[in-house]
Every structure is written in C-alpha cells, then in structure tokens.
Design a protein around this ligand. Structure first.
Ligand code: APR
Length: 239
C-alpha cells in the first residue's frame, strides 16, 4: 500500500503528561500568568524583565530530569522513522520534547519557535541558549544589550515555516492533530483547509473547538491513545 503524505500537528496536550502545563487548562492562566501578559510583543516592550523571567523559568524547567519525552512523543518518533511517504511534524510547542524523541529529524518544524533558542532584534543573530536571559545580557553577535529575546512566536507575530507547511498541506493525504485545543490560528485552520482532500484525525483529551470538522476524533490521554493509533497506522502500511 502506498503511504499518503502525512502531516502531524501537535500542541501542549502532548507534553502535559511529561509535566509541562498546557495553555488553556488552568482557568486561562499559563503558569499563573495571563498569556497576554507574557506572550505578546507589547508585553515584552512594557516589561522585558518580567517576560525574560517567565521564559527563563520555562527554559529551566526543560533541564529538570523529570521532564522527559513521553510515550506519545516516542510513538511519533517511530511513526516518522517508518513512514514510507513524505511526512512533516508541525508542533506548536516551544519545548524540546519532540527534538529529544527524534534527534536531528528534518521532519520537525517548530511553528511557534523554541524555548532553547534566542535571537537579537538588532543584528538578527540567532543561536541555541540553555541559560537565563535578562535585558542586560549582551548579544553574542553585536554586543548590544536590551535586544535579545526568546525565539518564540508571540501573539500577533507570524508563525515560522508557513511556506513549508502550506506546501505540505497542499499535497497532504493524512492529517493528525494531537493535544491542541484548536483555538490559535493558523494551526486551528489546517483541518478545515484539508476538508474533502485528506483523511483528518483528532487525538485529544476532549473534543476541540473544531472537532466536528475531522473525519475521526479519538478522545483520551496522549500517552494512552497515540501509541496504539501509531501502531495501527504502521501495521496498515505493511499490509
Ligand atoms: N493528552 C491529550 N490531550 C490533552 C492532554 C493529554 N494528556 N492534556 C490536555 N490535553 C488537551 C486539552 O484538552 C486541550 O484541548 O490539549 C489541549 C491543549 O490546548 P492548549 O492549552 O490551548 O494548547 P495549544 O492548543 O497547544 O495552544 C496553541 O496557543 O498560547 C498559544 O502559542 C501558544 O502554541 C500555543 C498555542
């Protein structure tokens, strides 16, 4: 059987059982902050020290040995290693759990940026960053201060890799959406864009806002439903 071009979209729900908080499951607060207070260019302009402290804490959390890829991240790594057709893993997550489960994979695209990357708004220098940032941290590229920011896509900013995502959507035959509430565009619109052209499957703890648009919706915890779904898909490909 020939394999349809695959896109998997993931959101915070896939990392929840690894110990990372989702965005909208806690009365609209993300780690006790309103999203608009820490995840907008306006918030950064108003109080860069607060925004840096917030992202420093999120980045430091990734170094906690208890925070590890879970069975759902590993199942997707198996899927991507074995899928015989084109495949793209688009994550909205800024954590590095997919990266750790499938190191060096060219199929992984962080459309909302990465906690472990920073960039300079002055000279454009970008690099990996494991430690803390503050408004006083000099840019390793141009030595300016006050210009470094987390390489995260904030509300109102353009997601990364959209050309590649749109090209993949154009030819997609199978779309899986895992652990995302479907509230943030453009990712929330991918399923509707594929309607009638691709098989679309939602795997989420609860039905998302756009759940009715999918060909199939499976409810449960990611670690419980994703590995089984992946094994079924792979065994169908072998038939
Ligand atoms: N397994 C599967 N799904 C889960 C689990 C779990 N263990 N726990 C929670 N979920 C589901 C929730 O039911 C919810 O529908 O994951 C979804 C998480 O939704 P959000 O918190 O809204 O996260 P996400 O969809 O990734 O947010 C999108 O919003 O704030 C921005 O840029 C940020 O990338 C983020 C974007």
């Amino acid at each position: 059987m020939s394999a349809p071009p695959l896109i998997v979209l993931t959101g915070a729900g896939i990392s929840a059982e690894s110990g990372l908080a989702t965005f909208r499951d806690n009365n609209g607060l993300w780690e006790r902050h309103r999203v608009e207070a820490v995840a907008t260019p306006e918030a950064f302009a108003r109080d860069p020290a607060l925004v840096h402290r917030f992202y420093n804490a999120r980045r430091a959390q990734l170094a906690d040995p208890a925070i590890r890829p879970n069975a759902a991240h590993h199942a997707l790594a198996r899927l991507f290693a074995a899928w015989p057709g084109p495949a793209l893993l688009v994550t909205q997550n800024v954590d590095d759990l997919h990266d750790r489960a499938m190191p060096g994979s060219a199929a992984l695209l962080h459309m909302h940026g990465e906690l472990k990357k920073i960039r300079c708004t002055g000279c454009g220098h970008g690099r990996e960053w494991a430690g803390d940032l503050s408004p006083q941290t000099p840019c390793p590229g141009c030595a300016a201060t006050g210009t470094l920011r987390p390489d995260i896509v904030w509300f109102g900013e353009m997601p990364l890799g959209m050309e590649r995502i749109e090209a993949a959507l154009h030819s997609c035959g199978l779309f899986l959406s895992i652990g995302t509430s479907g509230q943030v565009y453009p990712a929330a619109g991918f399923c509707a864009a594929l309607r009638g052209r691709a098989r679309t499957v939602e795997l989420n703890l609860e039905p998302s806002l756009g759940s009715h648009l999918f060909s199939e919706a499976i409810q449960g915890k990611a670690t419980e439903i994703v590995p089984g779904y992946v094994e079924t898909l792979l065994s169908k490909q072998k038939q």
